[in-house]
Write a protein that binds this ligand. Structure first.
Ligand SMILES: Cc1cc2nc3c(=O)[nH]c(=O)nc-3n(C[C@H](O)[C@H](O)[C@H](O)COP(=O)(O)OP(=O)(O)OC[C@H]3O[C@@H](n4cnc5c(N)ncnc54)[C@H](O)[C@@H]3O)c2cc1C
Ligand code: SF4
Ligand code: SF4
Ligand code: SF4
Length: 398
């Protein structure tokens, strides 16, 4: 059967299915629970468009290197505290809605598969708030987006960089009325694994709603929570296998370990993410406990959007070097852990406690003590460094 690109290089962006004139590419879950393209050979006319549009078959299309970097958050506390970082998505989206436009976003369908759709109301935008750490299905979102662009509407397309790149490749030309925003992206676990974890946690997982991956009571706390007909489901009350393996990089799609978008060169007009490490190396005198985003401005269009919304945001210019310090997505992809090749098979077969033990996700007290002794010299030097930086910052204060 014809292969559009080797399977371990496919990012699952679905640009191939969007461009296929015969609609003969469908997506099926593989053994690890990732969606992979499959061509119906009886319908294919060998036009080659799928291979041509595929981002894995040529170099990434970068929009530019970020000119300015900001620490930012929405001044509206309700938006800020119900978003994953600083609520920038909602503020950008509202600007496009105010101009009669339409924005894309992601929501879970009845089978708890994350899907893309287009929204034109504040309620629709609010329903997409929050990072969902699972691969989303683009479906026919690029075709739908093109229809609105061709009709002359303002469109904001915000997603993972591979999906933003896929949109540009599908469109094949620049649109003045399109503004894009990419996320700093760690990588995505499989939708099949997510379903498996949900069904173990809540047998009626199809009826779950308000699924969140970050605890909105404090910025930077990761755990799945959801509402079920019988009450709240909280991953922290069980083993947190999903969250721990995601953060350890054990469950990412294979191509994510060689992601060409994990760089300071960006594909979209704007880039947003969490501003990890803000204030640790250079003084920052505001409270970030309710969430803070990093924003990279990569084009004139991105700057124009940021200028329009500046009254709705806290914004402070920072250095790119500070942003990249604790966000390695700005210079390299996640390294592939040695257990990645066996993890998904083990996850299907082993009970949770054996899985946690095998992949060392539940450190024993002895292990923790041993690690503390080994890393003592490094931690002591780091502590001295931080105390010195803090003292210098205090001397700098106006
Ligand atoms: C899979 C993934 C990995 C990430 N990794 C990092 C990282 O390593 N470092 C970092 O600094 N930031 C990372 N982020 C970005 C960060 O978590 C926030 O999503 C981002 O800062 C936007 O936050 P916000 O408060 O502006 O908006 P929010 O209100 O949190 O809005 C989130 C927006 O992202 C979209 N979205 C959510 N999940 C997905 C998804 N799976 N696929 C496509 N779009 C999605 C929503 O539709 C919405 O448009 C990641 C996000 C995702 C989805
Ligand atoms: S070669 Fe053309 S017809 Fe065949 S799957 Fe690819 S896009 Fe579709
Ligand atoms: S276009 Fe996207 S989904 Fe299709 S084969 Fe290429 S990378 Fe995979
Ligand atoms: S890590 Fe790269 S390839 Fe993987 S989902 Fe993120 S942007 Fe796409």
């Amino acid at each position: 059967m014809m292969e559009i690109t080797p399977r371990d290089q496919c990012c699952g962006c679905e640009a191939c299915a969007n461009i296929c004139p015969k609609n003969c590419i469908s997506f099926k879950m593989d053994a690890e629970g990732f969606f992979m393209p499959e061509i119906d050979p009886a319908m294919c006319v060998n036009c080659g468009l799928c291979k041509k549009v595929c981002p894995a078959n040529s170099s990434a299309r970068y929009n530019g290197k970020s000119n300015s970097v900001y620490a930012a958050w929405a001044l509206d506390d309700k938006i800020r505290t119900s978003s994953s970082s600083g609520g920038l998505y909602s503020v950008f989206a509202q600007d496009i809605l105010d101009r009669g436009g339409i924005v894309n976003g992601t929501v879970f369908n009845g089978e708890q598969i994350l899907i893309h759709d287009l929204f034109e109301t504040p309620e629709g935008v609010a329903s997409c708030r929050g990072s969902k750490y699972v691969q989303s299905r683009a479906g026919m979102i690029y075709r739908e987006t093109k229809k609105h662009l061709d009709a002359g509407r303002q469109v904001l397309f915000l997603s993972t960089p591979c999906q933003v790149d896929a949109l540009y490749r599908f469109l094949g030309k620049d649109y003045e009325n399109l503004t894009t925003c990419d996320l700093l992206c760690h990588g995505t676990p499989s939708p099949g694994f997510f379903q498996q974890i949900l069904s173990r946690t809540a047998p009626d997982h199809g009826k779950l709603h308000n699924i969140t991956f970050r605890d909105v009571t404090g910025w930077g706390v990761y755990a799945i929570k959801a509402q079920s007909p019988s009450g709240e489901i909280n991953e922290t009350s069980i083993d947190r296998i999903y969250t721990k393996t995601f953060l350890a990089g054990l469950t990412l799609r294979k191509n994510c370990y060689a992601c060409p978008y994990a760089t300071g060169r960006r594909v979209a007009d704007l880039t947003i993410g969490d501003f990890w490490g803000l204030g640790r190396y250079r003084h920052f005198r505001h409270d970030t406990s309710k969430g803070v985003s990093v924003v990279l401005v990569n084009s004139a269009k991105g700057q124009a959007l940021l200028d329009r919304v500046k009254d709705r945001l806290f914004l402070e210019k920072r250095a790119f070097s500070e942003a990249r310090r604790e966000n390695h997505q700005l210079y390299r992809p996640v390294s592939k852990p040695s257990g990645r090749e066996t993890f998904y098979q083990d996850a299907a077969e082993l009970p949770p406690e054996d899985l946690l033990r095998k992949y060392k996700l539940n450190p024993t007290k002895t292990g923790t003590l041993f690690r503390k002794i080994l890393t003592f010299p490094f931690r002591a030097v780091r502590k001295i460094f931080r105390v010195t930086v803090k003292a210098l910052n205090l001397m700098d204060r106006p």
